[in-house]
Each structure stands twice: as structure tokens, then as C-alpha cells.
Design a protein around this ligand. Structure first.
Ligand code: HQG
Length: 182
């Protein structure tokens, strides 16, 4: 299958499974799961043809492993990155490594210095284990800047960190004192 169709379908799935399930009348449970037959029917009503094989291929081929299928193959969810209030995914708490990285754009730095890292529309601040990943994330918004977060010391001070199924690290917010500009 050509990659454009997979990329395009992946973007659509991110949109409805993370942000706007109501756009196609889809119900997500609090862990973010949607019934695949409802997803297909909702998409069809909007003129978008999906089928199980296409959905499975997107799940498998997605480079960031953004989606997961339930063991019975009947349901799908995004593993992180939600903004919709209907989902409250209980991620696994984990002890973070000494340093995690956050990629952002230079134009956000003044506000980050003032307020720390805040989740914004999404449910968490997203952090990466590798600086290179953070560069890519920051590039989406402008000239990238990589911030170093003293994650282990933050954790020792009582902050909670989670690791999503696809390896993205999450926390509720990062006050400025834990941030170092690389
Ligand atoms: C910035 C992608 C001003 C923050 C990536 C970011 C990630 C502030 C933007 C995932 C701020 C929010 C998430 C403050 C934070 N003042 N700006 N106080 N605090 N910001 O897209 O982290 O491809 O919601 O730096 O790989 O960029 O979607 O978050 O620039 O894991 O799977 O506010 O999205 O994954 O932007 O990206 P986003 P993000 P996917």
C-alpha cells in the first residue's frame, strides 16, 4: 500500500482518537479505546473509506507507534498525545532517567522561562529520552531548541513521571527550576 494513504489515515486516526472523536460521532472510553467497527462506520458517514486491513497496517507501520490494538483486535486507541476531555488514560508510572529532553521552538522560550513547561491543549508535557527526537519535535513549531529536564531529581522531589507504551515520557508540568537550556 502506498505510504501516502498510510500517512493520511494515520493523521486522521490521530485527529479522532486523540482530539475530536465527536467529529465522527465516535465514543472513546476513559482509557481511549474505540470500537473499530464504530470507527469505520463513523468515518464512512463522512465519506472516508477505512477498513480493518488498512487500520491494522497503519498501527503496524506507524514509525512513532502512536496506536495500539486491543488483544482481541476489536478496538484501537492512541497510546498518548490526547487533548479530548473524554479520555483519562492511566499511564504506567516510572522512574525517569537522569535527564529527559523537551523540544520546543525558540519563540516559546520567554514564556517557558516565566511559566515552566505546561501541558497546553494536551493532557501532559511530552519529554523524549533522546535529544535528537526533541529536535524533531521542536522543528514542528519553528527554530528548534532542546531543553534538558532534570527528571530524576524532579522525581526524587516528588513529581510523577509516566512512560507511554511508545516510549514517550509524560509529566504534568515542569517548573522552570528543573529546566536547563542546552
Ligand atoms: C510549548 C508529537 C509557551 C511546548 C511529539 C510545545 C510529541 C510552551 C507547545 C508530542 C510552554 C505544545 C507533543 C509555555 C510548553 N509557554 N509555550 N509555558 N510550555 N510550551 O504539540 O511537546 O507526532 O502540544 O514546548 O513527538 O510539541 O503528535 O506538544 O512546543 O511527543 O505523535 O507548547 O507530539 O507526537 O505543543 O509535542 P504540543 P509537543 P505526535
Amino acid at each position: 500500500m502506498e505510504s501516502k494513504r498510510l500517512t493520511d489515515t494515520g493523521k486522521f486516526l490521530s485527529y479522532v482518537l486523540r482530539h475530536e472523536p465527536h467529529a465522527i460521532g465516535l465514543q472513546l472510553d476513559s482509557e481511549g479505546w474505540a470500537a473499530i467497527d464504530q470507527l469505520i462506520a463513523g468515518a464512512a458517514a463522512q465519506g472516508r473509506a477505512l477498513d480493518t486491513a488498512l487500520i491494522e497496517q497503519v498501527v503496524q507501520s506507524n514509525a512513532k507507534k502512536r496506536f495500539a490494538l486491543s488483544p482481541d483486535g476489536q478496538r484501537i486507541r492512541a497510546v498518548q498525545g490526547h487533548s479530548t476531555a473524554s479520555v483519562n488514560l492511566q499511564h504506567a508510572q516510572q522512574v525517569p532517567p537522569e535527564v529527559l529532553y523537551h523540544g520546543t521552538a525558540r519563540r516559546f522560550l520567554a514564556s517557558i522561562r516565566e511559566k515552566g513547561l505546561i501541558a497546553g491543549e494536551r493532557h501532559h508535557v511530552h519529554l523524549a529520552q533522546e535529544a535528537a527526537t526533541a529536535v524533531e519535535v521542536g522543528t514542528r513549531y519553528g527554530e528548534p531548541v532542546v531543553l534538558k529536564v532534570a527528571a530524576r531529581r524532579m522525581h526524587e522531589a516528588g513529581f510523577v513521571f509516566y512512560r507511554a507504551e511508545n516510549g514517550v515520557w509524560l509529566t504534568d508540568g515542569v517548573p522552570g527550576e528543573w529546566i536547563e537550556e542546552g
